[in-house]
Design a protein around this ligand. Structure first.
Ligand code: PLP
Length: 391
């Protein structure tokens, strides 16, 4: 099918909820994308941040193919070998990254569902009702996750959302101190705000927040849906701050391209009772096999270390671009924001015309989330193209 045919069909039927670029991507491999007309792009969006191990990584593809012929999706109410092995592997990662001696894992099908489970668990385990989130936060679009997301544009048409949610200034301990009360079930926060503009919080802030939550009996939930799986140069961004939260949410890259959400918590904070939460496809054998391969690839190819090295180099190169349009560069690992003095959309369009697919973060930040397997030479091309477009 050519672009026109694809466009006409999709435009006729799609819900209208998602804005689309005038391109149909039909193939991807590693950090490259191809459109219906045969044009090639460097994927600097990591396919919206889910492709940390790259598109169709051979090990992930092989794991999926084998599992496809064995057992695709079963029932949550039976045990399964792939799920059991995945749980063991994931718990090892959590122990290494966060120091949790034991963890409990709830499996779902998206980042937003991982957040929903965390909110339900926080209310259930603390017996409290309210949640404190931060301004500029993005946690997803289902009713609970949307309630703790900050952007009014996403929320307004769907109100009333869940009650007892407060939003406070990010990286400001005083604001948290005032907001966390006797009825606070949990505080939820991103360690790098992705959608909100690639903003980083400080180590002192996160560590003091940990203490505050301990003192007040509120759970600390870290949303690692975008920052996790090596994106920031560590398996989990928590490691940068020696932070051990109570609950961690994962999504995007953890499924290697298959839909997966993970809500993990340290065992000391409790466990759901049977019947309280579940999902037909959550933890299906196919996605667990894919995710086990992701965990393996992360270790064998040392992708977190690669993200740290390439990310630092990329930030330095971007800082040395001479353009009056650039207000600043910030980021962690391969999660990078280039703040512009102008709107980002026209810049994204020009980049796309020159074979670079990047993301916005807010109105004026160009966000780069390339697959962690991307070649340095591809990034050199990206830097050159950004330089050309901005000048
Ligand atoms: N939390 C964060 C930090 C995200 O970046 C996203 C998605 O962009 C979500 C939650 C929601 O994840 P999903 O779109 O997979 O439901």
């Amino acid at each position: 099918m050519n672009y026109q045919q694809i466009y006409e069909l999709e435009s006729k039927y799609n819900s209208g909820g998602v804005g689309r670029r005038p391109i149909a991507i039909v193939k991807a491999k590693g950090s490259r994308l191809w459109d219906s007309e045969g044009n090639e792009y460097i994927d600097c969006a990591g396919a919206q941040g889910w492709a940390n191990v790259g598109h169709s990584h051979p090990l992930v593809t092989a794991a999926i193919q084998t599992q496809l012929e064995t057992y695709v999706a079963g029932q949550e109410s039976s045990y399964n070998d792939q799920r059991a092995l995945w749980m063991r592997d994931m718990a090892e990662v959590l122990e290494d990254s966060l120091g949790w001696s034991d963890s409990y894992l709830h499996l779902s099908n998206s980042g937003t569902e991982a957040i929903e489970a965390a909110l339900k668990f926080a209310r259930f385990s603390t017996g409290r009702t309210s949640i404190v989130a931060t301004m500029r936060a993005f946690h997803g679009r289902t009713m609970g996750a949307l309630s703790i997301t900050a952007n009014k544009k996403y929320k307004k048409p769907f109100e009333p959302l869940i009650p007892n949610v407060g939003h406070v200034v990010y990286d400001n301990l005083e604001a948290m101190d005032k907001a966390i009360g006797d009825d606070t079930a949990a505080v939820i926060i991103e360690l790098v705000q992705g959608e909100g503009g690639v903003h980083l919080g400080s180590r002192a802030y996160f560590q003091s927040l940990r203490e505050l939550c301990n003192q007040r009996g509120a759970l600390l939930i870290i949303d690692e849906i975008q920052t996790g799986v090596g994106r920031t140069g560590r398996w989990l961004a928590c490691e940068h701050h020696a932070l051990s939260p109570d609950v961690v949410c994962l999504g995007k890259s953890i499924g290697g391209g298959l839909p997966m959400g993970v809500t993990a918590w340290r065992s000391e904070v409790g466990r759901f009772k049977p019947g309280l939460h579940g999902s037909t496809f959550g933890g299906n054998p196919l996605v667990c096999a894919a995710s086990r391969a992701v965990i393996e690839v992360m270790a064998t190819e040392k992708l977190a270390e690669r993200a740290a090295r390439l990310g630092q180099w990329l930030q330095e190169e971007l800082r040395s671009l001479e353009s009056t349009q650039i207000r600043g560069v910030r980021g962690l690992g391969l999660m990078i924001g280039l703040e512009l003095r102008s709107k980002v959309t026209p810049v994204l369009q020009k980049l796309m015309g020159r074979g670079v697919w990047a993301l916005p973060a807010g109105l004026n930040v160009l966000r780069l989330l390339p697959p962690l397997v991307i070649e340095q030479s591809d990034l050199e091309q990206v830097i050159e193209t950004i330089g050309e477009v901005l000048n």
